[in-house]
Ligand binder design. Structure first.
Ligand code: ATP
Ligand code: MG
Ligand code: FE
Length: 343
């Protein structure tokens, strides 16, 4: 099946054509980061307007680059949620009109299922597997006992990892999005400023990063008040080490407990060099295969949405043409349904 996928959940407008859930024929991404940087973060109204401006062109480009005619498509997939409601709506309306005009099925897709199934564009998944999702809005450990069935075994109780990175970066006066700047600065550190690790209850797979973020902000404030020079690389490194210790520690413990055959690193923070390096080391020592998508498939893109949508396409699980944007769409509820019992 040839799926045209559309992603507009946040500040990237993207369209892709995917064959068989695996092969990327095109994956066009137009980022609005330069616009939002002026405001230090994503402005929802501006995001929606920018999506409207470029979506048609991005879809045309995706089809052209794939060398696919619209009437060859088997289905149209759109991100239904989670995300900014106005931004999601732009992709949904475009996808719906295309599906209607071409008379092909529409598949509303979960954005985080997309981040997870980005890995399927790189390598065959083996079940059970465990996904460590670290993105701008999510930090979750997701167990997949079988294809397309998601079970969240741990989630953040406050900030997402990417959000904590962006807030720390902002306090250090780096431009938005700050994650990559903190990563780069941490790599240059000669010293490490020790910061607390938030493990929560001993058996918990949940996360919490707001205490760590506050510790960083208070270190910055104290240096400012005392007029001392701040060891910025040391602080960035201390922050990063704390994050990495906790997320990798919990991911490996969960992988062991649930007998995961693979560990999948997913979401924008998967681009973090320190995190990739540590996880690679730990998984090698453990004999656990680790999957990390290439950078372009870690950050928001439509190819990953097409990969997730293919799970439903294979099973003939489609949506009506009155699909609603759902900013709080549940990942577990989006799981593929068991086949209907034979009559
Ligand atoms: P979600 O997927 O949860 O809806 P999102 O789509 O906004 O959120 P992504 O695009 O997956 O998030 O990831 C963006 C986040 O990744 C930002 O917070 C950004 O700072 C962070 N990020 C990107 N590169 C790095 C890096 N090298 N180190 C740390 N964080 C990074
Ligand atoms: Mg983004
Ligand atoms: Fe995302």
């Amino acid at each position: 099946g040839l799926i045209l996928a559309i992603e507009t959940s946040c500040d990237e407008t993207s369209a892709a054509v995917i064959r068989g859930g695996k092969e990327i024929l095109s994956n066009i991404v137009s980022s609005q980061i330069e616009t939002h940087r002026l405001f230090g973060g994503v402005v929802p109204e501006i995001a929606s307007r920018k999506h409207v401006e470029v979506i048609t062109l991005i879809i045309e480009q995706a089809l052209a680059e794939a060398g696919v005619q619209p009437d060859e498509l088997s289905a149209v997939a759109v991100t239904q949620g989670p995300g900014l409601v106005g931004a999601l709506l732009v992709g949904i309306v475009s996808g719906m009109s295309l599906a209607m005009a071409l008379d092909v099925p529409l598949i509303g897709t979960h954005h985080i299922a997309g981040h997870i199934y980005a890995n399927a564009l790189v390598q065959e998944l083996e079940y059970p597997c465990l996904a460590l999702v670290v993105s701008g809005g999510h930090t979750e450990l997701v167990l997949l006992e079988e294809e397309g069935v998601f079970r969240i075994i741990g989630r953040t109780r406050d900030d997402a990892v990417g959000e904590a990175y962006d807030k720390v970066a902002r306090a250090l006066h780096y431009p938005y999005p700050g994650g990559p700047h903190v990563d780069r600065t941490a790599a240059q550190a000669q010293t490490v400023i020790e910061l607390p690790r938030s493990w929560l209850e001993p058996d918990s797979y949940d996360f919490s990063f707001s205490g760590l973020k506050s510790a960083v902000l208070s270190a910055i404030n104290q240096a400012n008040m005392k007029g001392l020079e701040l060891d910025v690389p040391g602080l960035a490194r201390g922050f990063q080490e704390s994050v990495i210790d906790v997320v990798t520690g919990k991911a490996l413990r969960a992988a062991r407990e649930y007998g995961a055959r693979q560990l999948l690193l997913c979401g924008g923070v998967a681009a973090n060099r320190g995190l990739r390096a540590r996880l690679t080391e730990l998984c090698e020592a453990e004999g656990l295969p680790l999957l990390i998508p290439p950078h372009a498939l870690c950050t928001d893109n439509a190819a990953m949405v097409g990969a997730a949508a293919h799970l439903k396409w294979k099973r003939g699980q489609f949506d009506e043409l009155d699909l609603k944007a759902d900013p709080g769409l549940s990942l577990e509820a989006w799981s593929v349904k068991p086949p209907a019992a034979a009559e």
